[in-house]
Design a protein around this ligand. Structure first.
Ligand SMILES: CC(C)[C@@H]1NC[C@@H](O)[C@H](O)[C@@H]1O
Length: 440
């Protein structure tokens, strides 16, 4: 592998072992905190996506689209004021980074990735070239990246930075109205922006030594030649750091999917699924419980991703005042109570292996394994079968006599022709029940 050829780079073990990270989208867009809870990316007609964008962090763009509800909202509620007004209105007066990270750590997150500059071009640190368009010089008057990096590392978690390299509405301020606009029309590709973005990402690397370099929407055409040196500098600075895949094909340590989009990436050797607890990454005051995962749904999302060899990067959208929305905190607390007793069946595990145990159909079953054990996760078992379930497994794969429930309730497991018959009480509540078996 040459100095600038990273294709053969060994994935640092911490990333696939981590399984669970928390994404944080916090910005000036957290002041209006307004979007239509339309639906999940990949499930909404692309033709209507941008004018009815459920991503509250896209508020500037959506509110520029004549005739969109967001345009009307911005006119009637905010008087059509310039977007940067929200930066000055963003005070973060209740922001307590240690309190956030305590919630994330108890939920079982092993890494935290925070937005440092989203598409609105406003930096959460005194980024070079931003003048006063950052949170040190205006609004919160704090280096929020530094505050969060310190709190994350104080809890022994890994810290990652999100940077919007491909979109910057201060550099190219035409609204994105349809998907093809994202290719060229609305993205800055010139040399000046490329130098601006490069300088900022290098600054993030040098100041915060992030364990994850999470770029979004690609990189300016004029700056593609800069990337091999940038990655070399990053790896020299953070030898066990990891780079995501949204650099217009320049390089990736791992691939990403987003809600229902790019799911084809979930067959890669290393991958990460990103989604909000609700339909948005930035806090959206219009989301209700019907738009959010409940704790059991979030746990099943994590288990499903882990069982297929991926990581789940679950997003939290804090309010402008620096508090975590109560309904999102409730989900994290629910994950925390389940992970406290079951995290050992998730962390540092790998898929059970192709064809070992089908997980389609009912009841909901997923599997992971470590060197010595297989873990079966059962959920939503129909009432008629709530106390007895057949786990279809390849004969000779595991030893039924070694069955244990991780919640210490008794379980009996017997070999049957198509697998293992597990008998116990309340096997498959919405929150997964986990059975451990010794591998043969
Ligand atoms: C997955 C997450 C980082 C999303 N990427 C695409 C963005 O347009 C969106 O706002 C959000 O940041």
């Amino acid at each position: 592998m040459g100095d600038l050829d990273f294709r053969g780079r060994q994935m640092p073990a911490w990333f696939p072992d981590a399984k669970f990270g928390v994404f944080v989208h916090w910005g000036a867009y957290s002041v209006p905190a307004w979007a239509e809870p339309t639906g999940e990316l990949g499930a909404v007609d692309p033709e209507v996506w941008f004018a009815h964008n459920p991503y509250a962090e896209w508020y500037w763009n959506t509110s520029q689209i004549e005739g969109s509800p967001a345009h009307e909202h911005h006119r009637t509620v905010h008087g059509g004021l310039p977007y940067d007004t929200f930066l000055d209105a963003w005070k973060a007066e209740l922001f307590d980074p240690a309190e956030w990270i305590d919630v994330f750590a108890r939920a079982g997150a092993r890494y935290v990735v925070v937005t440092t500059k989203h598409h609105d071009g406003i930096a959460l640190w005194d980024a070079p070239g931003t003048g006063t368009r950052n949170t040190v010089r205006r609004g919160p008057h704090r280096d929020l990246v530094a505050d969060l990096a310190a709190a994350v590392r104080a809890r022994g978690l890994r810290f990652g930075v999100y940077y919007s390299g491909g979109l910057d509405w201060h550099a190219g301020r035409r609204a994105v109205i349809r998907h093809e606009d994202l290719i060229d029309e609305c993205r800055p590709h010139d040399a000046a922006y490329a130098a601006y973005a490069l300088r900022q990402v290098r600054d993030l690397i040098d100041r915060y030594r992030p364990d994850v370099l999470w770029n979004d929407i690609g990189w300016p055409d004029a700056g593609m030649a800069d990337l091999p040196d940038l990655f070399a500098h990053y790896y020299a600075t953070v030898p066990d750091g990891v780079v995501n895949d949204r650099w217009d094909g320049a390089h990736a340590d791992y691939l990403t999917s987003e809600y229902q989009a790019n799911r084809q990436n979930e067959t890669a050797a290393h991958w990460e699924q990103c989604r909000g607890i609700g339909l948005s990454f930035g806090y959206n005051r219009n989301e209700g419980p019907e738009h959010l995962l409940d704790p059991a749904g979030a746990v099943r999302q994590l288990v499903d991703v882990a069982s297929r060899g991926g990581n789940l990067l679950l997003n939290v959208g804090p309010k402008a005042d620096g508090t975590l929305p109560g309904e999102q905190r409730t989900v994290l607390e629910g994950i925390a109570s389940w992970m406290a007793g079951h995290g050992g069946a998730v962390y540092a595990t790998r898929p059970l292996g192709p064809g070992a145990a089908p997980s389609d159909g009912a009841p909901w079953i997923r599997w992971t394994r470590d060197d010595r054990h297989a873990f079966a996760f059962l959920a939503d078992v129909p009432d008629s079968a709530r106390d007895q379930v057949v786990l279809k497994t390849r004969p000779g794969l595991l030893d039924p006599a070694t069955a244990v429930r991780l919640d210490d309730l008794p379980v009996r497991a017997d070999a049957v022709p198509d697998g293992i018959l597990a008998t116990s009480v309340a096997l498959g509540t919405p929150l997964p029940t986990v059975l451990r078996f010794a591998l043969l």
